[in-house]
Design a protein around this ligand. Structure first.
Ligand SMILES: C[S@@+](CC[C@H](N)C(=O)[O-])C[C@H]1O[C@@H](n2cnc3c(N)ncnc32)[C@H](O)[C@@H]1O
Length: 294
């Protein structure tokens, strides 16, 4: 596998995903009872934006850097979303802690900054080097935090169902072998809900061709196991594209499919997503939608 997330760290898709991840953790934290956070594709946890890889692509310039510049304009917005402030405050705090403005936190660091003592987290990463970096980063964390070097798709079977019976599962593969990852995501989402029907599952996907995305999402939803007391598993999608969704640039947009979304998440998203789009889509060729599915 050649994929290294450092080439993409802090880009528009990371911003979209991490604002959403944080809002999901906050939503699950409304209940006192702890939950398990399972990050099946965790990465190395922290990225140096001045490293050769990150400087080569400079993708963070079109992501976190735009957001930071924009906070000065927050006062101009009547409905500036607290979710964006929450995310930026965490990025800032992590940088302050490390005395470095060069770093960008991955999903594990964002999650660790937000979970509570009664919650647990498991971060799974398959590449030995990435896992070693993550392991070092978490070495001082307590036993309720684990970092495994393994196949995240498979480890679902080990961790679920969990004793808390509440879980947030983030599935964020590289899609390097696109077809295989889409298929594995489908199977993992189904297996997760078979094991824990109320699990909140957040799946990140690339938007390259609108029609393919739509087809895949519909297929996945049609295959989900039927929950015990409802006709179907509730789902919402949050799509943010910065290039026309059928253009040939490669990654046109960032999508998130949320299964069993927490109460009012769709309403909150409908507030923050257009503002994220306004900040990140500088060429005004993109768009954003939040939809209940199917
Ligand atoms: C998109 S990156 C993850 C980024 C991270 N979730 C974040 O938001 O900061 C995908 C990661 O998954 C890892 N990976 C690929 N296949 C995997 C698998 N089957 N199980 C676990 N990790 C995998 C890659 O090495 C890469 O670090």
């Amino acid at each position: 596998m050649k994929y290294r997330h450092v080439f993409h760290a802090g880009n528009f898709a990371d911003v979209h995903k991490h604002v959403t991840l944080l809002a999901l953790i906050r939503a699950l934290s409304r209940k006192e009872k702890g939950f398990l956070l399972l990050d099946t594709h965790a990465g190395r946890g922290l990225y140096d934006l001045q490293s050769e890889g990150a400087r080569k692509t400079a993708e963070s310039h079109g992501g976190i850097a735009l957001l930071e510049a924009a906070t000065l304009e927050a006062a101009r917005h009547d409905h500036w979303p607290p979710e964006i402030d929450d995310y930026l405050a965490i990025v800032k705090a992590i940088r302050r802690e490390r005395s470095s403005r060069r770093v960008y936190p991955g999903s594990p660091m964002i999650a660790l900054a937000a979970i509570r003592p009664q919650d647990r987290a498991v971060f799974i990463e398959t590449q030995a080097e990435e896992h070693a970096a993550l392991h070092r980063l978490l070495s001082r964390e307590s036993g309720r935090i684990a970092a495994e070097c393994a196949d995240g798709y498979q480890r679902i079977r080990h961790w679920l169902p969990n004793s808390e019976r509440r879980a947030l599962v983030l599935i964020d593969p590289p899609y390097e072998d696109t077809t295989a990852d889409f298929r594995a995501v489908e199977a993992t989402a189904c297996e997760t809900l078979r094991r824990l029907p109320n699990a909140v599952v957040a799946i990140w996907y690339p938007i390259k061709h609108e029609r393919d995305t739509e087809e895949w999402r519909n297929r996945l939803i049609s295959r989900l196991p039927k929950p015990p007391d409802e006709a179907r598993t509730p789902a919402i999608s949050s799509d943010l594209w910065i290039h026309p969704p059928d253009s040939r640039v490669g990654l046109n947009g960032s999508g998130l499919l949320i299964l069993n979304p927490p109460w009012q998440l769709a309403e909150q998203m409908a507030n923050w997503l257009p503002i994220l789009r306004e900040l990140l889509d500088t060429e005004r060729t993109g768009g954003a939608t939040v939809r209940s599915l199917p």
